[in-house]
Design a protein around this ligand. Structure first.
Ligand code: TYD
Length: 208
């Protein structure tokens, strides 16, 4: 089973907190992993991230936006994800291919089969073993974000975020690797479900 574990959900869904819990758990058990975020985590991908999230780039069209996410993804896949998996280690990724389907596909209305095809190109067909979709109430996600200023993607507003959230619900039906988790619960309880699924999927974690 592919040791790439991805976390997905709308902005403010609590992914980062769950990833911190998972990293701590892996550290305790001495399990080796790489933890990264998309877009970003390599020098080139972080440069692309700046273009994508900069509010000054309000002119960026949806097609260019998608291709920039893909460029960042291709780079991190080739530079970091594939070599780490080849070493037999886990990779924990904050967002990956499904973010593009949810945000650019369902959110922006771009052609989903085409986005899937370029996802496949950017990742060389590398599909996560497990994908957690943290499902959260929109108002709660706004509260959790709690930032002074929205980035360019967060400026999409409630309508956009609702489309993205609906998109994740559709995506969740597309395969066994998707695990929808109710993110409205307290973070520690959410993590109990996450960890249980990881153990059920990868077996005895002391053997990793
Ligand atoms: P980030 O600050 O990392 O948000 P979060 O903490 O919610 O993950 O910003 C990433 C933004 O980019 C987020 O709004 C989701 C969006 N995004 C896409 O629209 N498409 C993609 O393929 C990816 C990876 C992210």
């Amino acid at each position: 089973m592919n040791k790439l574990i991805t976390f997905e959900g709308v902005d403010g869904s609590g992914k980062s907190t769950q990833i911190e819990f998972l990293k701590n758990k892996f550290d305790q058990l001495d399990i080796q992993y790489l933890s990264i975020r998309e877009p970003g985590s390599t020098v080139i991908s972080e440069n692309i991230r700046e273009i994508l999230l900069d509010n000054k780039n309000s002119q960026l069209c949806s097609e260019a936006e998608s291709l920039l996410f893909m460029a960042a993804r291709a780079q991190i896949t080739s530079e970091a994800i594939i070599p780490t998996l080849e070493d037999g280690k886990f990779v924990i990724c904050d967002r990956y291919i499904d973010s593009t389907i949810a945000y650019q596909g369902y959110g922006r209305g771009l052609d989903i089969p085409f986005l899937k095809s370029i996802n496949n190109y950017a990742t060389r067909g590398n599909i996560p073993g497990l994908t957690f979709i943290l499902d959260i109430d929109y108002e709660l996600s706004l509260h959790r974000r709690n930032r002074q200023e929205n980035d360019r993607m967060e400026s999409g507003g409630g309508d956009f975020m609702n489309k993205v959230k609906g998109g994740y619900h559709q995506i969740a039906n597309e395969g066994e690797r998707y695990k929808v988790i109710n993110g409205d619960k307290p973070p520690k309880e959410v993590f109990k479900s996450v960890w249980q699924i990881i153990v059920n999927s990868y077996g005895d974690m002391n053997d990793q």
